[in-house]
Ligand binder design. Structure first.
Ligand code: ADP
Ligand code: MG
Length: 685
């Protein structure tokens, strides 16, 4: 039912409401108050404190238009327990006349401390003669989030109407037995109490997030998103997939050629993947593993299964640098086994590109490594069996599905593996990635040193010069990262260039290079390759190194402007060092004074080297929207629930989802319909 069914809502008001994303009466009911005002009880003036918002009743002792400083009308009232001044900067003669000595006043406002003691500025008030004192209100007054030109009063009147006329008919989709099991109130009771709490204690619970009614709504919202992802998953599973039942000969050959032993965690995950790949339905799996935990070789292992079964594999990375690194690794690991590996980047010359396209269009079991270029127009896959996406947090659900569609083959879809270095707690992952199964690599390869992490104010950068000198003269390499906060910001780039110049002056014996995002990819690759080859000692970089460059000999990481980076980002950067056997260090430079948040982040970095722990704290500090990436909007943009605050609800969300799907599938659909605006929330592909 559109908001226009409410009295007093014409096109103009509807337009304002739509800015708050309130389009239906139901939206209005789910538009929860930010806070409450208590007009249910009259507070004795003598017990008022500054900062408090309160309802008072008193007798006018004196009303006086003063002209000291600013012209104002002062009205002094008392109720026998104390005095309070009502102050008005704008007033009419009529107002002044009405506030006559001896009359009574009821006023609501915030108490401040003024020249004449406690006062309220421009309170809401009404004047009455002794006996007709109006009743205090029976509910607390809600204060709603609003937008320009839409008065709090109007919103209140609209929700009042919505509650009176549409709360009763609002369907309850959680059956009584499930509600009883959950020990949660009905939807109606929940909404009624949240919009109109009977007392301050209830309001307090709601605001603090401990109110059963609020939890009920949060629960239903999380349930809706979870169900919607499950439905997506089911739709996906209605497709067929090639059964990649390889004997594992190619996998064995790969493992035999590696210069290291797989960790038990890697082996376990490869087992999980092989199990999925054997099924005739598309695998949809998320692989979580800390930076440096060795996800790439696991992806290569899965690749061998597809290739051995005669299918093509596409490996997609978010940046060119990372795509090239993967291409090199895959080529190094697989070409000696007789596997054809091609690269597809946006900037390849037309011959190389044409060859790669030809290979992909053929039915040969090629492995293609690349960026988005893999899925651009003009690329056709002969027979794609497996699609691997690295750093998945940059893609939303629907992007993921769109990629898979491009690899469609009749009713058949490729298996899909997505990998992320920003792990989130398992129950959370199972909710927000309910369309995916989750595998976790929970150990690092042996021999990794924990990276020693220190924080220094930017003023002490000079001290670092000696440290860099001795590390590099001892044959090791270092990164100096100057994060570009805004890629378009010239000044930031200038800073990076100046940093390089200054460092080169201070360290004439070292080979120092600069890489940044605005360089021509070929120039940037040349420098990266030099760095990898050890021909550059110190690499000054903007954040382009963030996403996964692997140089085991680098043992010192210096990060400038630490205070501007998120925790997960810092951890990713730090993960660039500590990859070899050398004791590595990470220096976090910051501009004092630090905000409390920045201080917490630095403390977290110093206290933990564990990506899961870091991600957990990042989640607490910044919330899931940031952590999961802005495009992962579907479940990050919740109306009522908060993935951090409401984490304890998640196990119940999964359980009730199961029950609902089994016993009340139509209710499940209705719940999705109610909360998830398909297309809008999941963003454009
Ligand atoms: P990430 O999980 O961050 O993508 P990578 O796959 O880039 O990590 O692996 C980091 C480095 O560790 C690479 O040089 C890789 O070859 C190496 N590596 C992976 N697995 C092992 C292992 N089991 N033992 C030793 N080194 C390993
Ligand atoms: Mg990686």
């Amino acid at each position: 039912m559109p908001v226009t069914t409410l009295r007093g809502v014409g096109p103009k008001v509807a337009d304002k409401l739509s800015r708050l994303r309130l389009r239906s009466v139901q939206d209005l009911l789910f538009h929860l108050p930010l806070r409450y005002q208590d007009r249910t009880r009259v507070v004795p003036i003598g017990s008022l404190q500054r900062g408090l918002e309160a309802l008072v009743v008193g007798t006018i002792e004196l009303t006086d238009a003063g002209y000291r400083g600013k012209r104002s009308l002062l009205c002094r009232i008392s109720d026998g327990t104390g005095f309070l001044t009502l102050r008005f900067f704008h007033f009419s003669a009529l107002q002044q006349q009405k506030l006559q000595r001896g009359r009574s006043v009821r006023a609501y406002g915030e108490v401040r401390f003024g020249p004449a003691g406690l006062e309220m500025t421009h309170p809401e008030y009404s004047v009455f003669e002794g006996e007709v004192e109006p009743e205090p209100e029976s509910y607390l007054t809600a204060v709603y989030p609003t937008t320009e030109g839409l008065h709090q009063q109007s919103l209140r009147r609209l929700t009042e109407q919505a509650l009176e006329r549409y709360l009763e008919p609002l369907p309850e989709w959680l059956p009584p037995e499930l509600l009883a099991e959950l020990d949660m109130p009905s939807l109606r009771d929940a909404l009624q109490e949240i919009h109109r709490p009977p007392d301050a204690a209830t309001a307090e619970l709601i605001i603090r997030g401990h109110h059963g009614g609020r939890e009920r709504l949060a629960f239903e919202e999380l349930l809706a998103h979870h169900l919607s992802l499950r439905r997506l998953r089911k739709q996906e599973q209605s497709h067929a997939a090639p059964t990649l039942a390889s004997h594992g000969a190619l996998l064995d050959a790969l493992l035999a050629h590696l210069s290291f032993e797989l960790t038990p965690a890697q082996r376990r995950v490869i087992g999980e993947l092989r199990q999925d790949l054997r099924q005739p339905v598309p695998m949809q799996r998320l692989l979580q593993g800390d930076v440096g935990s060795g996800k790439t070789v696991v992806a290569a292992a899965a690749t061998t299964c597809a290739v051995e079964a005669g299918y093509q594999v596409a490996v997609m990375a978010p940046t060119e640098i990372l795509a090239e690194q993967h291409a090199r690794n895959f080529a190094e690991w697989l070409v000696p086994l007789g596997v054809e590996v091609v690269t597809l980047l946006s900037r390849l010359n037309s011959k190389v590109r044409a060859d790669a396209l030809e290979a992909l269009a053929s039915a040969r079991p090629v492995v293609a490594v690349g960026t988005h270029a893999l899925f651009q127009e003009g690329v056709t896959f002969g027979d794609l069996g497996l699609l691997i996406i690295d750093e998945q947090h940059r893609f939303g659900v629907h992007q993921r599905l769109a990629l898979r569609e491009k690899g469609a083959h009749g009713n058949r879809r490729p298996h899909q593996l997505v990998m992320t270095a920003t792990p989130i707690p398992r129950t959370l992952a199972q909710t927000v990635y309910a369309d995916l199964d989750v595998s976790i690599i929970d150990e690092l390869p042996p021999g990794r040193q924990t990276v020693e992490t220190v924080a220094l104010p930017a003023g002490r950068r000079v001290e670092l010069v000696e440290r860099i000198r001795s590390a590099c003269l001892a044959g090791r390499q270092a990164y100096w990262v100057c994060p570009l906060i805004d890629e378009s910001d010239h000044l930031q780039l200038q800073t990076a260039t100046e940093t390089q110049t200054q460092l080169q002056q201070a360290l004439p014996e070292l080979r120092i290079s600069l890489v940044h995002g605005r360089m021509k990819p070929a120039a940037r690759d040349e420098i990266m390759n030099d760095f990898k080859a050890g021909a550059v000692d110190l690499l000054v970089a903007t954040t382009v190194v963030e996403v996964g460059v692997d140089v085991a000999n680098a043992s010192l990481m210096i990060i400038e402007n630490t205070e501007r980076l998120g925790l997960s980002q810092l951890h990713q950067l730090r993960g660039r060092v500590g990859r070899g056997a050398e004791q590595s260090s990470c220096v976090l430079l910051y501009q004092p004074p630090l905000s409390a948040q920045a201080r917490d982040r630095i403390a977290a970095m110093r206290e933990s080297n564990d990506g899961f722990e870091i991600a957990r704290r990042d989640l607490e500090m910044r919330g899931p929207g940031e952590l999961l990436g802005t495009r992962q909007t579907g479940i990050a943009h919740l109306r009522i629930a908060d993935l951090v605050r409401d984490q304890k609800l998640l196990p119940r969300v999964q359980r009730i989802a199961d029950l609902l799907l089994q016993r009340y599938p139509r209710h499940a659909d209705a719940i999705i319909q109610r909360w998830v605006q398909q297309g809008e929330d999941y963003g454009n592909v």
